[in-house]
Design a protein around this ligand. Structure first.
Ligand code: 5GP
Ligand code: ZN
Length: 142
């Protein structure tokens, strides 16, 4: 484990700060987000101090992100009244990242819950050419 003494989520991994843990193994820890945006809101963190997704190697991704479906399915089974789930991660301050230890949010959803996670339809500003240019710009880096 590679942990940072000053990091809030590393302290949670070490048990220095308590958490309501729903799943834990050598790789990851999943626990309730203190804010409970909707009931059942869970955070999953790698047991290694990675700042955010931009800090992951391919190996880190395989190791740590493989648990996403497992946690997602458990939440949905636990809360049959929800019929949707946002799995999101904020990367960098401008994207709303407050805690600088990578974490995946699992936010269960139901129609009419009033949550507005991300909604902006900019499609009127795009046509085939601009969609293609954006596609190629990212594709060229993969
Ligand atoms: P971010 O904005 O960085 O994506 O999300 C950070 C999340 O961490 C927030 O949703 C916030 O509620 C949660 N959080 C902050 N401090 C604590 C804490 O001490 N314990 C738990 N369980 N969650 C925390
Ligand atoms: Zn950390």
């Amino acid at each position: 484990m590679c942990l940072d003494a000053n990091c809030l989520f590393c302290k949670i991994i070490k048990g220095e700060i308590p958490s309501y843990t729903v799943f834990e193994n050598d790789d990851v820890k999943a626990f309730l987000d203190i804010s409970q945006v909707n009931e059942g809101h869970v955070l999953m963190i790698p047991k290694k101090h990675l700042v955010n997704i931009l800090d992951y190697s391919d190996g880190d991704a395989q190791k740590y992100l493989q648990y996403i479906p497992k946690i997602a399915k458990a939440i949905m089974k636990a809360y049959p009244e929800y019929d949707g789930l946002n799995v999101t991660t904020n990367n960098g301050e401008s994207a709303g990242q407050v805690v600088m230890h990578s974490h995946i949010h699992f936010i269960p959803r139901k129609t009419g819950d009033g949550l507005n996670v991300i909604s902006r339809d900019n499609s009127k500003n795009y046509d085939e050419a601009s969609y293609t240019a954006v596609m190629n710009k990212i594709k060229d880096q993969l």
